[in-house]
Design a protein around this ligand. Structure first.
Ligand code: SF4
Length: 230
């Protein structure tokens, strides 16, 4: 497979896709992704925190360690010794920092709400504000928890999404909030659609729209892409 280097048409001739059509095209190419890869809603939260700045394969090792040490519950993590916790999650990188983030999240949920179900009960904007107020939870982590653990329709933006959106010329927007607004204002509010869309972006970025040398010749979006061959 060789990366395509010559554009078949100029950027000016390409009309930006509507996000709805982009979803349909990606779904037709890759099918349902069955995200998030976790056994419970709590594991989704833990994974969303641990996956910051690291590959998912490293997160899986860290979660396996937590499970083996019987630390993979809200109360166990809230009460865990921080050094022991850091040792368990070492494969995920930034382990001292992330141990603190995990404890912050779990202590907040246990202390303020008692259970994850109670924590997830408020409406999306209220819960999102609360999540963002926990030290270590940024917008991408908050939206991942909202969408994949709480089942609320909050569109997730990540580096893969930004890469594909900018290459396709869908939007020039650089900020997290601006890109989130771009999608949420153009799509029906639908948790299942948002769930699938984010997973499809990740799949497309990992399989075809690679960072350094995208496989444009193999791409299902090549006809509409403004970046092709650039
Ligand atoms: S979206 Fe497709 S055509 Fe565009 S840069 Fe990525 S791989 Fe190439």
């Amino acid at each position: 497979m060789e990366a395509q280097t010559q554009p078949a048409f100029t950027k000016a001739q390409v009309k930006p896709m509507h996000p709805r059509d982009l979803f349909d095209r990606l779904f037709a190419a890759y099918g349902p992704q069955h995200w998030w890869p976790a056994k419970t809603r709590f594991e989704v939260c833990v994974g969303a925190i641990l996956t910051q700045n690291t590959a998912w394969s490293n997160v899986e090792k860290a979660i396996a360690n937590l499970r083996r040490e019987k630390l993979l519950t809200l109360k166990a993590l809230a009460a865990a010794d921080k050094r022991e916790l850091a040792r368990c999650i070492q494969p995920a990188g930034y382990f001292n920092q992330k141990a603190g983030y995990l404890k912050n999240f779990c202590r907040h949920v246990v202390g303020e709400h008692g259970t994850l179900a109670a924590f997830f009960r408020p409406p999306l904007p209220v819960l999102r504000r609360e999540l963002l107020a926990v030290k270590g939870i940024g917008p991408e982590t908050a939206d991942s928890i909202l969408l994949y653990a709480a089942g609320k329709p909050s569109f997730v933006i990540d580096a893969y999404t930004q890469r594909i959106v900018h290459r396709l010329g869908l939007s020039e927007e650089e900020s997290y909030a601006g890109l989130k607004q771009f999608f949420e204002s153009r799509l029906p509010v639908d948790e299942r659609r948002f769930n699938e869309f984010h997973a499809l972006f990740v799949e497309h970025a990992k399989r075809v729209c690679l960072k350094a040398a995208p496989w444009c010749g193999e791409c299902c979006l090549a006809k509409e892409c403004r970046k092709i061959g650039v």
